[in-house]
Ligand binder design. Structure first.
Ligand code: MLT
Length: 255
């Protein structure tokens, strides 16, 4: 049977039963998925995604205080009483190595929980795009879910979805059956490349920083003076790891 490759530009447009038993990929480039990848690459033992702040506070109680880090944001800012916010660079080996990160964000962690009926949920960013493509090449039924921003589509996520579709199409042995949003995301990626003067000679991540700055997901970050987080999210292939959420254990670890 032809393998399927679907993209959903927002969590609300995917029905949980549609992904049941399949592989889901969650994207929140600015910033939740980038930050979770950084945390695990920095040696965090696991990340526990929580929907609400209250859920995170309850989950944190299961761990000794020196064994866990509470992280996340509301309105882009660190939550009162939490150890860390949602900036990728905060999640250093000194802060998180060997620890459980209990994590809640406005859109990203909710997107993960939206597709927990999947067999597995992989966490994608530009920072691990090549490793993600390699991991997905053997999958037969893939659903890529963009977290969006405040219930609206965000270009940072759709760009990465488009790049994943582009690379999977180029590298897979057989052709994918794509939904309409997969084709739209792929076109968005291609048009962004085509409409950037000198894109063939510019370092890829410099070009990406400009595109990410122009996205809906960047607006609040720029207001908060967090341009460095946008730059961190644009570091293509900084890591070769693939975080995997296991719905049975409810935690994200490196696959
Ligand atoms: C989210 O999950 O809503 C985002 O990561 C927001 C943010 O950039 O902090």
């Amino acid at each position: 049977m032809q393998p399927i490759l679907n993209v959903y530009s927002l969590p609300d447009v995917v029905m949980p039963e549609k992904v049941a038993g399949d592989t889901a990929v969650v994207i929140d480039v600015l910033r939740a998925s980038t930050t979770m990848i950084c945390a695990l690459a920095a040696g965090a033992h696991e990340v526990i995604p929580c929907r609400e702040v209250a859920d995170a506070l309850v989950a944190a109680k299961s761990f000794a205080p020196d064994q866990r880090v509470l992280g996340g944001e509301r309105g882009g800012a660190r939550i009162e009483g939490f150890d860390l916010g949602n900036s990728p660079e905060e999640y250093t080996p000194q802060r998180v190595a060997g620890k459980t990160v209990v994590f809640t964000t406005t859109n990203g962690t909710r997107a993960i929980l939206r597709v927990r009926s999947a067999r597995e949920v992989l966490i994608a960013g530009f920072v691990n795009v090549s490793a993600m493509v390699q991991r997905l090449l053997d999958c037969r039924r893939i659903h890529i879910l963009c977290a969006g921003t405040g219930g609206r589509m965000s270009e940072d996520d759709v760009l990465l979805a488009g790049l994943l579709v582009e690379r999977l199409q180029r590298q897979a042995r057989s052709s994918w059956r794509k939904n309409g949003q997969a084709a739209t995301a792929q076109n968005f990626w291609r048009q962004s490349l085509a409409s950037t003067p000198g894109s063939a000679v510019q370092p890829e991540s410099q070009m990406l920083i400009e595109w990410l700055r122009a996205s809906r997901g960047a607006r609040n970050l720029l207001r908060l003076g967090l341009d460095r987080d946008i730059q961190a999210a644009a570091q293509i292939d900084r890591f070769a790891c693939v975080p995997r959420f296991d719905p049975a254990s409810h935690c994200i670890r490196l696959a």
